[in-house]
Design a protein around this ligand. Structure first.
Ligand code: ADP
Ligand code: ASP
Ligand code: MG
Length: 410
């Protein structure tokens, strides 16, 4: 965790917090703003909050599959698009949503202003494609809120403090924009509106009888996001924990209470296992002839998000990294002049729960369940609240369903 990256976000004092009481940050994901009718529904929700007297900030994602389409377009023009130009291109989707929502809000008789990440004061480092927010200069947002305007901030983007170029925050980055703004504006909580009713015990698309969780701790959610539950971007959860922002993940398409992500002592329920999470694809590398320190130092410089690490022998290390970091990772390994091999046929299934700290036997049950289904994990890693198994990509779905059933999570 990179604590330093967040230090510059101003801590809000008690007085200032009181002065800004009633500030709400509401984030809407891609499906929630897909098409004019859904955008108009989002506008009505934002106006509803304003009419209740709140100071309202909306953070919007790009409509539907816009970001995927823009990335695909770039690759049709250039096999390896320039990172700066790619960010210029893909940051556009969020701006479209915000401008359209502002128009819809005007038609509802309210004042609204759309802002790019840069105009909103989202200052980042210069790592194109996965920039970190280093500071939020919220002056312009405060001024607009003081004027009674609803402020729409384009998610997923910022501006580099060094190059002044547009940056993007990594896929799913609008979550992080929203949480960073909630922290900087002193909002009590951050509402994440999405296409599911909350955080579930497994991806409801794979396990139809998965159960919505009432609440879970920051640590559990960190593990879930890091292990592949894309409902919240990992960095948004880090940010929320570091700044004490309570998250409420809920559906755009209804008013039901969703899932709260919060401190352990505010938990509404305490389950032993909170979920089974998966990724369908993850690269697993085996590297020989280098120690852990220089290897991970080099990978950090190229901003590869290393996940699982297993030291197999003195100078032999196995680690995993997301598929999207493949090119950076392989270039780094080539540059180090080490012997390496990679597997691209694995995914990962992780059992997560704060309660497993005090309940032995979870690992045994995990392995027994996988074995019953003829699944042999290639790599196994654990933390106090997680057991993660890399299994063949084609077996991921079966493994998730079997473990969800075995731990009686429905
Ligand atoms: P948005 O566009 O609103 O940001 P995302 O697609 O990023 O939404 O995240 C929501 C999706 O996350 C859901 O549609 C669901 O398929 C997926 N997901 C994966 N794991 C989980 C989980 N444990 N609970 C809820 N959703 C999950
Ligand atoms: N539109 C961006 C993406 O698809 C950011 C986001 O939706 O959070 O990844
Ligand atoms: Mg998302």
């Amino acid at each position: 965790m990179t604590e330093t990256a967040y230090q510059a976000v101003p801590e809000i004092g008690a007085d200032e917090r009181a002065a800004h009481a009633g500030t709400v940050v509401m984030k809407f994901g891609g499906t929630s703003v897909e098409g004019p009718d859904r955008l108009k529904a989002v506008a009505r929700r934002l106006v509803g909050a304003r009419e209740r007297g709140d100071r309202v900030v909306g953070v919007l994602s790009a409509m539907g599959d816009t970001t995927d389409e823009l990335v695909a377009l770039a690759h049709q023009v250039s096999p390896q698009p320039d990172a700066r130009e790619l960010d210029m291109l893909i940051s556009v989707g969020e701006r479209i949503s915000c401008a359209l929502a502002a128009m819809a809000i005007h038609d509802l008789g309210h004042e609204a202003i759309s802002l790019t990440g840069s105009q909103a004061g989202i200052v980042t480092d210069t790592v194109h494609g996965k920039a970190k927010i280093v500071e939020v200069r919220a002056k312009r947002i405060h001024e607009a809120l003081d004027d009674g305007q609803i402020v729409l901030v384009a998610g997923f983007q910022g501006v580099s403090s060094e190059s002044f170029d547009v940056t993007t925050l990594g896929r799913g980055g609008s979550d992080t924009t929203a949480v960073a703004l909630a922290a900087a504006l002193g909002a009590d909580s951050c509402e994440i509106y999405t296409d599911v009713e909350g955080v579930f015990t497994a991806d409801p698309r794979i396990v139809p009888n998965a159960r919505k969780l009432q609440s879970l701790t920051y640590d559990e959610m960190l593990e879930m996001s890091a292990s592949g539950a894309k409902v919240l971007q990992l960095r948004s959860v880090e940010f929320a924990r570091n700044h004490g922002v309570r998250l409420h993940v809920r559906s755009t398409f209804g008013d039901a209470e969703g899932t709260w992500v919060t401190e352990e002592d505010e938990m509404l329920e305490k389950a032993m296992i909170s979920g089974v999470v998966h990724t369908r694809e993850e690269m697993v590398y085996r590297v020989e002839g280098i120690g852990a320190a220089p290897l991970f130092d080099a990978l950090a410089v190229t901003a590869v998000n290393v996940d699982t690490i297993v030291q197999v022998a003195e100078n032999e290390i196995v680690f995993s990294a997301p598929t999207e970091d493949r090119a950076d990772c392989e270039r780094t390994l080539d540059g180090l002049g080490v012997t390496w091999s990679a597997r691209d046929d694995l995914g990962k299934v992780s059992v997560i729960g704060a309660g497993m700290k005090s309940h032995p036997g979870i690992a045994a049950k995990t392995f027994a369940t996988l074995k019953e289904h003829g699944i042999e994990p290639a790599v196994v890693t654990t933390s106090p609240i997680k057991i993660a198994c890399h299994v063949a990509s084609g077996e991921v779905e079966t493994a998730v369903q079997a473990l969800h059933e075995a731990f009686d999570l429905a």
